[in-house]
Design a protein around this ligand. Structure first.
Ligand SMILES: N[C@@H](CCC(=O)N[C@@H](CS)C(=O)NCC(=O)O)C(=O)O
Ligand code: FES
Length: 110
């Protein structure tokens, strides 16, 4: 896709879904340890999310870095807010902050 199409796709995906993970590979089959870590955290918490495989498209892979102004994959968005990559997600999981944030937003199973 074109760079413009990539920005539009990214914007619509983030605005149209509560939790979006831009990752390498799919949630069923992550293709990098950093992406796999975030998948494991999200699955453990039981949150529903959309996974976007940036390896399917180079413009998407570069476009998400521009969109977020963040240089690496994975990238997690919750309710249109950029949360961070694997390091940040791991820290927020370990501190309990991620669970609290998701639960306050009504995104965890009751
Ligand atoms: N420390 C990073 C680890 C992620 C990372 O280093 N990703 C690299 C390797 S997968 C990356 O996205 N490089 C640019 C690219 O592959 O396009 C984090 O917290 O997310
Ligand atoms: S693909 Fe090599 S570190 Fe992610």
């Amino acid at each position: 896709m074109s760079d413009t199409d990539a920005q539009t796709f990214i914007d619509q995906t983030i605005k149209g879904n509560d939790v979006v993970l831009f990752m390498k590979g799919s949630p069923e089959q992550p293709r990098c340890g950093f992406s796999s870590l975030v998948v494991q955290v999200l699955d453990h918490l039981g949150v529903e999310y959309v996974g976007v495989d940036v390896l399917q498209d180079d413009e998407l892979r570069d476009g998400i870095k521009v969109y977020s102004d963040w240089p690496t994959i994975p990238q997690l968005y919750i309710k249109t807010e950029f949360i961070g990559g694997a390091d940040i997600v791991r820290e927020m999981f370990q501190s309990g902050e991620l669970k609290t944030a998701l639960s306050e937003k009504g995104l965890l199973p009751t």
